[in-house]
Design a protein around this ligand. Structure first.
Ligand code: SF4
Ligand code: SF4
Length: 440
């Protein structure tokens, strides 16, 4: 089987896939869940419930609003205790619905059986409505509403549906566990997306470090026309959308363009599984697989099926984490994850992992001056010059950022990881992206 990789930059990282073979455990139901109404790119959903309302698992709490948005559902059965505005991990204020759990009742129509169903509806519009109703967004971290990504403008065409099963961030194994336990559901999900895109060309891209998933999914694809597997080399950030398109098709997404401009749609395996559940089981997106991992002196690594809105400390308790010794808690992987200020922050639709870092390892290395080694540019998979972006921003000089293509930064963190001067390049480059986008 041909192993592919992208052509420029990247890093070979220690994978630390400690929980790669840990079976998915059900995290159960916490006493309270805290459900943010914006777990996606775009406008916040509009709340349609009020304090004191009784809800079931799958009850619609907030309705998609505007062109780019997503429905939000209850992940538990219980009573709405509070609706309040709180500051999110990313610093923005957002509304959060607090629900006290009292029972385990599901909304009518949700099929909770594990029996595999592959009788795909014939009507594409009906399928898109089911995906929309279920509130599905990109679960690989981006949170872009899936119905928008799969609605192709009339002047564009799709040749490839690429299913991202790479999971190149160290420690994270949630997607890998899902591929091991739900391989046929993922393949059927790919068939569903093929159907609405009007193609017969779904390619499930899997990192070479997941041989069992490769074997299982390859066997199943033999029974489903139009879905195939390709194996990619282990290299970070192999799972980046643009890098993956380059790996699989040889096509380059030009600066300022989107995957659809080169005939590609990319979806994460978790999203594809959620599509299967929405279409075949009428199940809204109210739970997902989350890896807990990191410093093995502080936590037991594992993969959990977690209700959206579950507070991090509930999940950390299940993983026997020594919470008082946590130096840093990351939502997501160590390269692109967001450091949480609160152990009560909730799991949302895009949380693939909680990574626990000890006090000593969480200390920021002392920064020194740039020695002009050029390593940051060598590893940047987007061909950028991070040192130049950073030095201009330090001088408050934003004019050259557009010419430096700062808007192309994917926030992968390769530059900051490699920099011997320990300059927080990824922070500068994210700011550079924001400034460059303002100049468009
Ligand atoms: S964070 Fe941005 S600038 Fe740095 S290596 Fe990744 S893409 Fe390049
Ligand atoms: S890697 Fe760090 S020290 Fe080397 S050129 Fe880039 S910013 Fe300067």
């Amino acid at each position: 089987m041909c192993k592919k990789t992208f052509s420029f930059g990247g890093l070979h990282l220690n994978k630390h896939k400690i929980s790669a073979l840990s079976p998915i455990q059900d995290a159960g139901v916490p006493p309270f869940v805290y459900i943010p109404i914006k777990q996606h790119i775009g406008s916040p959903a509009q709340i349609i419930v009020k304090q004191g309302d009784k809800v079931k698992i799958g009850t619609l709490l907030a309705q998609a609003y505007g062109t780019i948005s997503a429905n939000i559902h209850s992940s538990v059965a219980g009573e709405i205790k509070k609706i309040e505005e709180v500051q999110s991990e990313s610093g923005y204020f957002e509304q959060v619905i607090t629900i006290q759990t009292t029972a385990d009742d599901y909304e009518a129509g949700i099929d909770t059986s594990t029996q595999i169903s592959n009788d795909i509806p014939q009507n594409s519009a009906e399928i898109i409505e089911l995906i929309k109703a279920a509130g599905i967004v990109g679960m690989g971290g981006a949170g872009f509403p899936t119905p928008i990504k799969t609605s192709i403008p009339a002047n564009k065409s799709v040749q490839y549906l690429i299913i991202n099963g790479i999971e190149c961030e160290p420690y994270l194994t949630a997607d890998g566990a899902l591929m091991l336990e739900k391989p046929e559901e993922i393949v059927i999900g790919a068939k569903i997306l093929n159907k609405i895109l009007g193609i017969q060309n779904a390619i499930i891209a899997i990192d070479e470090n997941k041989p069992l998933a490769i074997e299982k999914i390859t066997q199943i694809t033999k029974r489903y026309v139009g879905v195939n597997v390709t194996v990619c080399k282990s290299k970070y950030p192999q799972g980046g959308e643009r890098q993956l398109i380059n790996d699989v098709t040889g096509r380059e997404v030009p600066s300022g363009k989107l995957p659809i401009d080169v005939g590609c749609v990319v979806q994460n395996v978790g999203t594809v599984f959620a599509v299967y559940e929405a279409v075949m089981k009428h199940k809204p997106l109210y739970e997902r697989i989350v890896t807990v991992s990191g410093d093995t002196n502080l936590t037991t690594a594992g993969n959990y099926r977690v209700r959206v809105g579950t507070p991090a400390d509930y999940l950390l308790n299940l993983a026997h984490t020594k919470q008082s010794q946590i130096g840093k808690l990351l939502f997501g992987g160590p390269m692109m994850g967001i450091s949480s200020v609160s152990l009560q922050a909730p799991i949302n639709k895009t949380t693939g992992g909680l990574i626990v870092i000890g006090t000593q390892d969480s200390l920021r290395a002392e920064e020194s001056g740039c020695i002009r080694c050029g390593k940051c540019a060598e590893v940047c998979p987007m061909g950028l010059m991070p040192f130049a972006i950073a030095s201009n921003l330090r001088r408050n000089n934003t004019a050259p950022l557009k010419a430096l293509h700062a808007a192309d930064c994917i926030g992968c963190g390769c530059c900051a990881y490699i920099c011997p001067a320990k300059i927080p390049l990824v922070d500068y480059c994210k700011l550079g992206k924001y400034e460059a986008n303002k100049q468009k």
